[in-house]
Design a protein around this ligand. Sequence first.
Ligand SMILES: Nc1ncnc2c1ncn2[C@@H]1O[C@H](COP(=O)(O)OP(=O)(O)OP(=O)(O)O)[C@@H](O)[C@H]1O
Length: 323
Amino acid sequence: MQEGTLFMEKYFIEGLLGSGGFGSVHKTIEVKSNRTFAIKVDKKRRGNVKQESVILQELQGGEGIPKIYEVGETEEFTYMVMELLGPSLSKLQKQQGGRFSVDTIVTVLIQALNRLEYIHSFGIAHRDLKPQQFLLGNENILFLVDYGLARKFMVMGAHIPYQSNCSRAGNSTYASLSNHLGIHQTRRDDIESLSYMAVSLMIGRLPWQQTVKLNSSTKWNNVYQIKSTIPLQELCQQCPKEFLSFIRYARALDFHEEPDYEYLRHMLSNARNPVEVPAEVVRHKPKRKKNVKEESSSDSSNLELKNVQDIKNRKIIVLTKSK
Ligand SMILES: Nc1ncnc2c1ncn2[C@@H]1O[C@H](COP(=O)(O)OP(=O)(O)OP(=O)(O)O)[C@@H](O)[C@H]1O
Protein backbone atom coordinates (compact mmCIF):
# COMPACT_ATOMS: atom_id res chain seq x y z
CA MET A 1 0.00 0.00 0.00
CA GLN A 2 1.47 3.29 -1.16
CA GLU A 3 2.19 6.12 1.24
CA GLY A 4 0.44 9.34 0.20
CA THR A 5 -2.39 7.57 -1.64
CA LEU A 6 -6.12 7.51 -0.98
CA PHE A 7 -7.49 4.05 -0.17
CA MET A 8 -11.18 3.28 -0.82
CA GLU A 9 -11.58 6.97 -1.64
CA LYS A 10 -11.69 7.77 2.05
CA TYR A 11 -8.52 6.71 3.88
CA PHE A 12 -5.39 8.77 3.22
CA ILE A 13 -2.37 6.50 3.81
CA GLU A 14 0.09 8.53 5.80
CA GLY A 15 2.88 6.11 6.62
CA LEU A 16 3.95 2.60 7.54
CA LEU A 17 3.63 1.63 11.22
CA GLY A 18 4.89 -1.91 10.88
CA SER A 19 4.89 -4.97 8.73
CA GLY A 20 5.28 -8.65 9.32
CA GLY A 21 4.68 -12.07 7.94
CA PHE A 22 1.01 -11.48 7.24
CA GLY A 23 0.66 -7.94 6.04
CA SER A 24 1.36 -4.35 6.86
CA VAL A 25 -0.08 -1.75 9.20
CA HIS A 26 -0.30 1.91 8.18
CA LYS A 27 -1.24 5.14 9.83
CA THR A 28 -4.22 6.57 8.01
CA ILE A 29 -6.48 9.63 8.13
CA GLU A 30 -10.15 9.29 7.37
CA VAL A 31 -10.57 12.32 5.15
CA LYS A 32 -14.23 13.00 6.00
CA SER A 33 -13.77 13.05 9.78
CA ASN A 34 -10.07 13.99 9.86
CA ARG A 35 -9.61 11.22 12.43
CA THR A 36 -6.48 9.07 12.50
CA PHE A 37 -6.60 5.28 12.57
CA ALA A 38 -4.37 2.30 11.94
CA ILE A 39 -5.22 0.19 8.91
CA LYS A 40 -3.99 -3.38 8.57
CA VAL A 41 -3.98 -4.94 5.12
CA ASP A 42 -3.03 -8.24 3.58
CA LYS A 43 -3.27 -9.74 0.16
CA LYS A 44 -6.85 -10.91 -0.20
CA ARG A 45 -6.11 -14.51 -1.03
CA ARG A 46 -4.31 -15.09 2.28
CA GLY A 47 -7.30 -14.07 4.39
CA ASN A 48 -5.33 -13.57 7.62
CA VAL A 49 -6.70 -10.14 8.36
CA LYS A 50 -10.24 -11.42 7.92
CA GLN A 51 -9.60 -14.28 10.33
CA GLU A 52 -7.97 -11.89 12.78
CA SER A 53 -10.94 -9.52 12.59
CA VAL A 54 -13.34 -12.34 13.54
CA ILE A 55 -11.33 -13.01 16.71
CA LEU A 56 -11.03 -9.31 17.47
CA GLN A 57 -14.79 -8.80 17.02
CA GLU A 58 -15.37 -11.36 19.72
CA LEU A 59 -12.95 -9.63 22.08
CA GLN A 60 -14.26 -6.07 21.54
CA GLY A 61 -14.93 -4.08 24.69
CA GLY A 62 -12.13 -5.52 26.78
CA GLU A 63 -9.48 -3.23 28.22
CA GLY A 64 -6.33 -3.24 26.10
CA ILE A 65 -8.08 -4.76 23.09
CA PRO A 66 -7.81 -2.53 20.00
CA LYS A 67 -11.18 -1.25 18.80
CA ILE A 68 -12.02 -2.09 15.22
CA TYR A 69 -14.04 0.29 13.08
CA GLU A 70 -14.28 -1.33 9.69
CA VAL A 71 -13.37 -4.58 7.99
CA GLY A 72 -13.61 -5.00 4.24
CA GLU A 73 -12.22 -6.37 1.02
CA THR A 74 -11.12 -4.91 -2.27
CA GLU A 75 -9.94 -6.72 -5.39
CA GLU A 76 -6.46 -6.67 -3.96
CA PHE A 77 -6.64 -6.53 -0.16
CA THR A 78 -8.56 -7.47 2.92
CA TYR A 79 -8.29 -4.64 5.41
CA MET A 80 -9.19 -3.76 8.96
CA VAL A 81 -9.40 -0.21 10.31
CA MET A 82 -8.66 -0.02 14.01
CA GLU A 83 -7.72 2.47 16.68
CA LEU A 84 -4.29 4.00 16.38
CA LEU A 85 -2.02 3.01 19.24
CA GLY A 86 1.37 4.17 20.47
CA PRO A 87 4.82 2.57 20.47
CA SER A 88 5.44 -1.10 21.23
CA LEU A 89 7.33 -2.40 24.24
CA SER A 90 10.26 -3.31 22.03
CA LYS A 91 10.44 0.22 20.65
CA LEU A 92 10.20 1.69 24.16
CA GLN A 93 12.89 -0.71 25.35
CA LYS A 94 15.25 0.46 22.61
CA GLN A 95 14.53 4.07 23.57
CA GLN A 96 15.38 3.22 27.19
CA GLY A 97 18.78 1.87 26.15
CA GLY A 98 17.69 -1.76 26.36
CA ARG A 99 16.44 -1.99 29.91
CA PHE A 100 13.44 -1.13 32.04
CA SER A 101 13.25 -0.82 35.81
CA VAL A 102 11.86 -3.79 37.75
CA ASP A 103 8.88 -1.67 38.72
CA THR A 104 8.05 -0.88 35.10
CA ILE A 105 8.48 -4.51 34.05
CA VAL A 106 6.18 -5.76 36.81
CA THR A 107 3.53 -3.17 35.84
CA VAL A 108 3.80 -4.31 32.23
CA LEU A 109 3.65 -8.01 33.12
CA ILE A 110 0.60 -7.57 35.33
CA GLN A 111 -1.22 -5.73 32.56
CA ALA A 112 -0.12 -8.41 30.07
CA LEU A 113 -1.44 -11.13 32.40
CA ASN A 114 -4.75 -9.27 32.57
CA ARG A 115 -4.95 -9.25 28.78
CA LEU A 116 -4.19 -12.96 28.63
CA GLU A 117 -6.73 -13.75 31.31
CA TYR A 118 -9.29 -11.78 29.33
CA ILE A 119 -8.67 -13.40 25.96
CA HIS A 120 -8.34 -16.86 27.54
CA SER A 121 -11.76 -16.35 29.16
CA PHE A 122 -13.11 -16.38 25.57
CA GLY A 123 -11.33 -19.66 24.90
CA ILE A 124 -8.76 -17.90 22.70
CA ALA A 125 -4.98 -18.33 22.87
CA HIS A 126 -2.84 -15.60 21.25
CA ARG A 127 0.05 -17.94 20.23
CA ASP A 128 2.48 -15.25 19.05
CA LEU A 129 3.43 -13.16 22.04
CA LYS A 130 6.46 -10.88 21.83
CA PRO A 131 7.26 -7.33 22.99
CA GLN A 132 6.30 -6.00 19.52
CA GLN A 133 2.70 -7.11 20.13
CA PHE A 134 2.21 -4.97 23.22
CA LEU A 135 1.47 -1.34 22.34
CA LEU A 136 0.97 1.58 24.63
CA GLY A 137 -2.39 3.33 24.47
CA ASN A 138 -3.94 6.25 26.31
CA GLU A 139 -3.41 6.45 30.06
CA ASN A 140 -0.57 3.95 29.82
CA ILE A 141 -2.93 1.08 29.07
CA LEU A 142 -1.06 -1.76 27.41
CA PHE A 143 -2.80 -3.13 24.31
CA LEU A 144 -2.30 -6.62 22.94
CA VAL A 145 -2.37 -6.62 19.12
CA ASP A 146 -2.01 -9.08 16.25
CA TYR A 147 -4.48 -11.92 16.54
CA GLY A 148 -3.40 -13.37 13.19
CA LEU A 149 -2.30 -16.64 14.77
CA ALA A 150 -4.81 -16.66 17.62
CA ARG A 151 -6.95 -19.80 17.82
CA LYS A 152 -9.73 -21.23 19.95
CA PHE A 153 -8.66 -23.76 22.56
CA MET A 154 -12.24 -24.09 23.83
CA VAL A 155 -14.78 -25.34 21.34
CA MET A 156 -18.44 -25.76 22.34
CA GLY A 157 -17.45 -25.32 25.97
CA ALA A 158 -14.83 -28.09 25.93
CA HIS A 159 -11.05 -27.84 25.79
CA ILE A 160 -9.58 -29.12 22.53
CA PRO A 161 -7.88 -32.53 22.83
CA TYR A 162 -4.12 -32.89 23.20
CA GLN A 163 -2.44 -32.82 19.80
CA SER A 164 1.17 -33.37 18.84
CA ASN A 165 2.94 -33.30 15.46
CA CYS A 166 1.66 -29.78 14.88
CA SER A 167 3.66 -27.25 12.94
CA ARG A 168 5.38 -24.65 15.06
CA ALA A 169 3.50 -21.38 15.12
CA GLY A 170 4.51 -17.89 16.17
CA ASN A 171 8.04 -16.71 16.78
CA SER A 172 10.93 -18.90 17.90
CA THR A 173 12.36 -16.42 20.44
CA TYR A 174 9.34 -16.39 22.76
CA ALA A 175 7.94 -19.82 21.83
CA SER A 176 7.19 -22.27 24.61
CA LEU A 177 9.13 -25.53 24.75
CA SER A 178 5.92 -27.43 23.83
CA ASN A 179 5.49 -25.25 20.76
CA HIS A 180 9.06 -26.13 19.73
CA LEU A 181 8.12 -29.79 20.15
CA GLY A 182 5.06 -29.46 17.92
CA ILE A 183 2.43 -29.71 20.66
CA HIS A 184 -0.71 -27.70 19.98
CA GLN A 185 -0.63 -24.35 21.74
CA THR A 186 -3.08 -23.46 24.49
CA ARG A 187 -3.21 -21.01 27.41
CA ARG A 188 -0.05 -22.40 28.97
CA ASP A 189 2.03 -21.50 25.92
CA ASP A 190 0.99 -17.84 26.15
CA ILE A 191 2.02 -17.85 29.80
CA GLU A 192 5.40 -19.40 29.01
CA SER A 193 6.01 -16.86 26.23
CA LEU A 194 5.22 -14.08 28.68
CA SER A 195 7.71 -15.52 31.16
CA TYR A 196 10.47 -15.25 28.53
CA MET A 197 9.31 -11.71 27.82
CA ALA A 198 9.80 -10.93 31.51
CA VAL A 199 13.47 -11.91 31.24
CA SER A 200 14.04 -10.12 27.95
CA LEU A 201 12.52 -6.91 29.27
CA MET A 202 14.96 -7.18 32.16
CA ILE A 203 18.18 -8.15 30.39
CA GLY A 204 17.57 -6.81 26.89
CA ARG A 205 18.44 -9.87 24.82
CA LEU A 206 17.71 -13.52 25.48
CA PRO A 207 20.71 -15.88 25.20
CA TRP A 208 19.05 -17.70 22.29
CA GLN A 209 18.37 -14.53 20.30
CA GLN A 210 20.60 -14.71 17.28
CA THR A 211 22.17 -12.00 15.26
CA VAL A 212 22.88 -14.03 12.14
CA LYS A 213 20.19 -14.71 9.57
CA LEU A 214 19.33 -18.40 9.42
CA ASN A 215 16.65 -20.35 7.66
CA SER A 216 13.54 -20.87 9.74
CA SER A 217 14.08 -24.53 10.60
CA THR A 218 17.73 -24.08 11.69
CA LYS A 219 16.73 -21.04 13.69
CA TRP A 220 13.96 -22.87 15.57
CA ASN A 221 16.29 -25.80 16.25
CA ASN A 222 19.16 -23.62 17.50
CA VAL A 223 16.84 -21.63 19.73
CA TYR A 224 15.35 -24.82 21.18
CA GLN A 225 18.80 -26.24 21.85
CA ILE A 226 19.75 -23.27 24.03
CA LYS A 227 16.32 -22.62 25.56
CA SER A 228 15.81 -26.19 26.69
CA THR A 229 19.26 -26.67 28.21
CA ILE A 230 20.27 -23.36 29.75
CA PRO A 231 20.00 -23.56 33.56
CA LEU A 232 17.19 -21.26 34.69
CA GLN A 233 19.42 -19.84 37.44
CA GLU A 234 21.83 -18.73 34.74
CA LEU A 235 19.08 -17.37 32.48
CA CYS A 236 17.58 -15.37 35.34
CA GLN A 237 20.75 -14.34 37.14
CA GLN A 238 20.11 -10.62 36.54
CA CYS A 239 16.39 -10.89 37.30
CA PRO A 240 14.30 -10.87 40.46
CA LYS A 241 13.86 -14.45 41.70
CA GLU A 242 10.13 -14.21 40.92
CA PHE A 243 10.93 -14.29 37.18
CA LEU A 244 12.62 -17.66 37.58
CA SER A 245 9.57 -18.92 39.51
CA PHE A 246 7.40 -17.54 36.70
CA ILE A 247 9.21 -19.64 34.06
CA ARG A 248 9.10 -22.74 36.29
CA TYR A 249 5.40 -22.24 36.89
CA ALA A 250 4.68 -21.77 33.17
CA ARG A 251 6.68 -24.82 32.13
CA ALA A 252 4.89 -26.98 34.70
CA LEU A 253 1.39 -26.15 33.44
CA ASP A 254 -0.52 -29.03 31.90
CA PHE A 255 -2.04 -28.90 28.43
CA HIS A 256 -5.61 -28.44 29.72
CA GLU A 257 -4.74 -26.50 32.85
CA GLU A 258 -6.11 -23.03 33.52
CA PRO A 259 -3.26 -20.78 34.64
CA ASP A 260 -3.67 -19.20 38.05
CA TYR A 261 -3.45 -15.58 36.88
CA GLU A 262 -4.13 -14.23 40.34
CA TYR A 263 -1.28 -16.22 41.82
CA LEU A 264 1.07 -15.00 39.07
CA ARG A 265 0.08 -11.36 39.57
CA HIS A 266 0.76 -11.67 43.28
CA MET A 267 4.02 -13.47 42.73
CA LEU A 268 5.30 -10.91 40.22
CA SER A 269 4.24 -8.01 42.44
CA ASN A 270 6.60 -9.36 45.08
CA ALA A 271 9.48 -8.46 42.74
CA ARG A 272 8.65 -4.77 43.26
CA ASN A 273 9.34 -4.72 46.97
CA PRO A 274 11.58 -7.64 47.71
CA VAL A 275 11.19 -8.85 51.29
CA GLU A 276 12.85 -11.82 52.88
CA VAL A 277 10.15 -14.44 52.53
CA PRO A 278 11.00 -18.01 53.59
CA ALA A 279 11.55 -20.27 50.57
CA GLU A 280 8.55 -22.47 51.40
CA VAL A 281 6.26 -19.41 51.31
CA VAL A 282 7.62 -18.34 47.89
CA ARG A 283 7.01 -21.83 46.53
CA HIS A 284 3.55 -22.09 48.06
CA LYS A 285 0.87 -21.96 45.41
CA PRO A 286 -2.40 -20.60 46.78
CA LYS A 287 -5.66 -22.38 46.03
CA ARG A 288 -7.00 -21.45 42.65
CA LYS A 289 -9.80 -18.91 42.62
CA LYS A 290 -12.94 -20.31 41.00
CA ASN A 291 -14.06 -17.18 39.15
CA VAL A 292 -11.68 -14.37 38.36
CA LYS A 293 -13.47 -13.18 35.23
CA GLU A 294 -15.11 -10.11 36.77
CA GLU A 295 -11.82 -8.88 38.20
CA SER A 296 -10.11 -9.01 34.81
CA SER A 297 -12.59 -6.69 33.18
CA SER A 298 -11.76 -3.80 35.50
CA ASP A 299 -8.01 -3.95 35.70
CA SER A 300 -7.37 -0.24 36.00
CA SER A 301 -4.15 1.09 37.42
CA ASN A 302 -6.02 1.85 40.63
CA LEU A 303 -6.87 -1.77 40.96
CA GLU A 304 -3.24 -2.69 40.48
CA LEU A 305 -2.28 -0.36 43.29
CA LYS A 306 -4.96 -1.91 45.42
CA ASN A 307 -3.60 -5.33 44.56
CA VAL A 308 -0.16 -4.27 45.68
CA GLN A 309 -1.67 -3.20 48.95
CA ASP A 310 -3.45 -6.54 49.25
CA ILE A 311 -0.25 -8.34 48.56
CA LYS A 312 1.52 -6.42 51.26
CA ASN A 313 -1.21 -7.37 53.71
CA ARG A 314 -1.11 -10.94 52.54
CA LYS A 315 2.65 -11.09 52.96
CA ILE A 316 2.33 -9.98 56.55
CA ILE A 317 -0.32 -12.60 57.22
CA VAL A 318 1.74 -15.33 55.59
CA LEU A 319 4.88 -14.39 57.48
CA THR A 320 3.01 -14.25 60.78
CA LYS A 321 1.56 -17.69 60.13
CA SER A 322 4.91 -19.19 59.25
CA LYS A 323 6.55 -18.15 62.51
N1 LIG B 1 -3.41 -0.40 16.11
C1 LIG B 1 -2.13 -0.11 15.88
N2 LIG B 1 -1.67 1.13 16.09
C2 LIG B 1 -0.36 1.44 15.88
N3 LIG B 1 0.57 0.56 15.45
C3 LIG B 1 0.15 -0.69 15.20
C4 LIG B 1 -1.20 -1.10 15.41
N4 LIG B 1 -1.31 -2.42 15.11
C5 LIG B 1 -0.07 -2.81 14.74
N5 LIG B 1 0.82 -1.79 14.77
C6 LIG B 1 2.26 -1.82 14.42
O1 LIG B 1 2.45 -2.68 13.32
C7 LIG B 1 3.31 -3.78 13.69
C8 LIG B 1 2.86 -5.02 12.94
O2 LIG B 1 1.51 -5.30 13.30
P1 LIG B 1 0.97 -6.78 13.41
O3 LIG B 1 1.85 -7.55 14.37
O4 LIG B 1 -0.47 -6.74 13.71
O5 LIG B 1 1.24 -7.27 11.92
P2 LIG B 1 1.75 -8.68 11.38
O6 LIG B 1 1.82 -8.53 9.91
O7 LIG B 1 0.89 -9.77 11.89
O8 LIG B 1 3.21 -8.76 12.01
P3 LIG B 1 4.07 -10.02 12.50
O9 LIG B 1 4.06 -11.02 11.42
O10 LIG B 1 5.44 -9.41 12.77
O11 LIG B 1 3.44 -10.50 13.79
C9 LIG B 1 3.19 -3.88 15.22
O12 LIG B 1 4.34 -4.45 15.81
C10 LIG B 1 3.05 -2.40 15.58
O13 LIG B 1 4.33 -1.80 15.62
